[in-house]
Design a protein around this ligand. Structure first.
Ligand code: C5P
Length: 233
């Protein structure tokens, strides 16, 4: 094992360029302060993110995904991860709503991009482009690439989720670098990392159900997977 995260374990394989990811039946909130085991969650997330990344590959959005090898495992390309959480917001919610006192559900005039420094000891602080450069997390050119990719991914996700009657409120993505310097989408895109609201009812189809104690998350994540599988062949 190479690394154990909050919801995944990473393993080396015989090929140094390939890693195996195991999605865990675990949910955390408040940067790990709250932790629960939820049977079935890992497999649902692995299946959901696999569908999303496969769609991206077909659309020409480069990413680390190689293939799903079981319901809770996938193979990915080994990358040098950039320690940033890139958040894109289409509608006010969560920390944006609380920090800026903007009602949750208020559409934003344009997609708002934020960077957080991925550093548990600091509780992942929000940072700006100067911070990223001065901390040598990424260069100006790399930041530009990340921003362009994030906006492209936002448009692709809005379209994908709209097809299944889901409104994409916001999401978090991460990027990694190949040895040749190419930057590509990595990590996961799941209801753990996106806010997804049912277009008709505004029901939360995402991890806010857990964070806010709104009910069981497994049926909700299953609903997202079922809807995706109806449109993906
Ligand atoms: O909490 P906040 O409003 O900043 O979250 C914005 C988006 O980023 C949400 O979709 C949330 O699920 C995601 N996120 C995440 N991992 C974090 C923080 C936020 O996936 N550590």
């Amino acid at each position: 094992m190479l690394y154990e995260g909050k919801a995944k374990k990473l393993f080396k394989t015989d090929d140094s360029k390939v890693l195996r990811v195991e999605y865990l039946d675990q949910a955390t909130a408040l940067n790990g302060a709250r932790k629960d085991s939820i049977a079935g969650k890992g497999s649902l997330n692995n299946q959901i993110t696999s569908h999303v990344f496969e769609q991206f590959t077909q659309m020409g959005i480069q990413n680390h995904f190689i293939g799903k090898i079981s319901n809770h495992e996938q193979l990915i390309e080994a990358l040098d991860m950039i320690p940033l959480e890139v958040v894109v917001r289409n509608v006010s919610a969560g920390s944006f709503s609380s920090r800026l006192a903007i009602t949750e559900g208020e559409p934003l005039a344009f997609p708002v991009l934020e960077f957080y420094f991925k550093e548990d000891d600091l509780d992942d602080p929000i940072i700006n482009e100067d911070h990223i450069k001065v901390l040598q997390i990424a260069t100006e050119q790399e930041i530009l690439t990340i921003k362009q990719e994030a906006h492209k991914i936002n448009q692709a996700l809005i379209t994908l989720f709209h097809k299944i009657n889901i409104r994409l409120i916001d999401f978090k993505i991460e990027f990694g670098k190949r040895a040749d310097g190419t930057i590509l989408l990595a990590d996961e895109i799941t209801p753990d990392t996106c806010r997804l609201w049912d277009e008709k009812t505004n029901d939360h189809l995402d991890k806010d159900v857990y964070r806010r104690d709104l009910g069981e998350i497994v049926p909700v994540y299953r609903e997202v997977l079922d809807r995706l599988e109806k449109i993906i062949h």
